[in-house]
Ligand binder design. Sequence first.
Ligand SMILES: O=C([O-])CC(=O)C(=O)O
Ligand SMILES: [Mg+2]
Length: 212
Amino acid sequence: MSISNLRLAKKIVCIGRNYVDHAKELGNAVPGKPILFMKASTALISEGEPIVTPPGCTNLHQEVELAVVIGKLAKNIQKSEAMKYVAGYTVALDMTARDFQDEAKKAGCPWFLAKSFDASCPIASFIPADQIPNPHDVELFCKINGVDKQRARTDLMIFDVPSIIEFTTKFVTLEPGDLLLTGTPAGVCKVNPGDEIEFGITDKISAKFNVK
Ligand SMILES: O=C([O-])CC(=O)C(=O)O
Ligand SMILES: [Mg+2]
């Protein structure tokens, strides 16, 4: 497979509540260990494809996230070795049906529908690892209809990329091309049909998608 073709990812592993200000803005506790969930690979869309509001959703949110692209088979990887398994990066939106998630939370049920519906993972293009020597030293941004909604540096992550890889690969083998979404900073909000979402890594990469 070609690592740079992000649409070939077999799985998308996501970290929840990895920025203190985002955990707090939704009234959630700051986690003591990484919270993991997954999106199906059918959630992926590329520029030119619309973000489709899932049926019945009345509170669709955007969450801009740094995404790590795994370069080689990773199982039981120590933090000190973890960066050798990173082929590169992209930036993604973890589109979330917040009303579905709130309902699931109340019922003690999984977030699957809230997070993994078709078109819930818009991605920008691939950036090779050598172009981002330190993934904790970039700024993420997200604008809706040209207005800044999210802007934060990745050094605010609670669990850094090596810690996430160490924790995840204790339980789940990561394969070449898999994506690891590292959580969203503060500023998530409701998006509506007709909105344009532009997001990226400042001075490196950006992408634009429309909400349908
Ligand atoms: O839905 C949430 O708030 C959890 C999550 O994905 C994140 O923090 O990025
Ligand atoms: Mg997220």
